[in-house]
Structure formats: C-alpha cells, structure tokens
Design a protein around this ligand. Structure first.
Ligand code: FPP
Length: 233
C-alpha cells in the first residue's frame, strides 16, 4: 500500500456526537482528544511522517464563550498531559496558527511543547490552533511587506512564498480527511492543500476507528496523482 507521507484531518462532529448521547458538547471534544492519541499511534505504525489536525479555527471564536474557554483549556491540559507520551514516541510537535489574540498560557504552552520536542524525528504532529487558511496567507503577505519596507529584496514565486507560511518546513498534505459528513475545507490549509487528495467520511470524529483510518489509506493508495500533468504522480 502507498502510504501518504502527510495526512491532515478536519476532526469534525464532536458536538453532534455528544448531543446524540444527551451529553454536553464539550464531552465530544474530550473524547476527540482520546481518538487523536490513537490516530497518532496508527500513523506511527504505518509510517505516516506528518499528521496535521485542525483543533481550533479562527472562526471558532464565534462559539459560546464557555466552549471557547473549554477548548483553550483542553489544548493547554492535553499538551501538558500528552507531552511524555509524545516524547517517548519520538513525536515532534509544531503548532500552526496565529498567536494573535491567544491567552498567554496558550502561547507559553505552545512554545514549551515545540521546544521540548524539537529534536524528535520519528514523526511530526502539527496542531492547527487559532488557524485560518486565509489568515495564514494574509500573515505571509504582511511578513513580505515588512521585509520590503526594511529594504530587503524579495523575489516571489510559488516555491518561496511557502517560506512565509507558519510552518514552511512541513510538506504539503497528501491526503486531507474530514469526518462527520461535511463536504468542504472550511478554510483549512488553503495554500498547502492545492493538490491534496480528499477523503470524506460520515463517521463523527469521536467514533473515528482504525477501520475508517484504513479505509482512508486504502482509498488514497488507489488514487492516481497527476499534479496537473498526464503522467502518474
Ligand atoms: C469539531 O467538532 C471539532 C472542534 C472544533 C475541535 C476539535 C478539537 C479536539 C478534537 C480537541 C482539541 C485538540 C487538541 C490537540 C488539544 P464540532 O464541535 O464542530 O462538532 P459539530 O460539528 O458536531 O458541532
């Protein structure tokens, strides 16, 4: 089987999973973290080198304050609790997003997990937090404008534009998975996902199983990637 080097996942359906069970929505997020831990293990097992997960979007601020606060605390708590597991398994963590508007405790945790895992290289887990694809592109343009203002010469093309994105050293995702039956990208990896294969499943994120994970891998394995050309990619 041809395994994608980089899988990106829109972990959708936590709220619906909880509501279906008469639980508060946030219970779905708690369960979602447990599933994410399993997915990291499956990626290690199958040799997936990069896993990116969408855990908080720039649009999620529109949710009720209690849910936003819960997701922020969940990020901080999960980072703290899972750090030993990640270090043990050799997982480098990168956070993808804007630091603007984030509480100081998040930014601190962000720096700490990146620092403590920076020399690990069995796999990279990219956590998109306070992330929006359009925001990322606008932020990249702002960085370029700053450089030009400082008198630096910037030669721009598609290849070096990526140097201004949040995590330029992470390759583009080969496969983007979205759970819960929604068929859209919702502002996720707009630049990087230009040629990604897409896999959608009706399974809600808290129910995401190894069976569905394998179905996504098998589906990817059968695709012919041409990147706009005629030959097999
Ligand atoms: C989408 O479900 C999920 C989110 C907005 C949050 C995902 C977050 C996690 C799984 C946990 C946080 C991750 C880390 C790394 C700490 P939804 O709430 O939009 O569900 P719905 O569409 O059914 O309402």
């Amino acid at each position: 089987m041809r395994v994608p080097r980089h899988i990106a996942i829109i972990m959708d359906g936590n709220g619906r999973w909880a509501q279906k069970r008469g639980l508060p929505r946030v219970e779905g997020h708690v369960r979602g973290v447990k599933v994410l831990r399993r997915v990291v293990k499956w990626c290690l097992e199958f040799g997936v080198e990069y896993l990116t997960v969408f855990s908080f979007s720039t649009e999620n601020w529109r949710r009720p304050k209690e849910e936003v606060d819960f997701l922020i605390d969940l990020f901080v708590d999960t980072a703290e609790r899972e750090l030993p597991f990640l270090v043990r398994e050799g997982v480098k963590v990168r956070i993808l997003g804007s630091k603007e508007g984030l509480p100081e405790k998040v930014v601190e945790k962000w720096r700490e997990v990146e620092e403590r895992t920076k020399n690990l290289n069995r796999m990279t887990l990219v956590v998109a937090f306070n992330y929006g694809g359009r925001r990322e592109i606008v932020d990249a343009v702002k960085k370029i404008v700053e450089k030009v203002k400082d008198g630096e010469e910037v030669v721009l093309n598609e290849e070096n534009f990526r140097n201004f994105l949040y995590v330029p050293d992470v390759p583009d995702p080969d496969l983007i998975v979205r759970t819960s039956g929604e068929l859209r990208l919702s502002n996720f990896l707009l630049w990087q996902g230009a040629y990604s294969e897409l896999f959608f499943t009706k399974t809600l994120w808290p129910d995401f199983s190894k069976k569905v994970f394998l179905r996504a891998l098998e589906s990817y394995s059968k695709r012919e990637r041409r990147f706009g050309g005629l030959q097999h990619g």
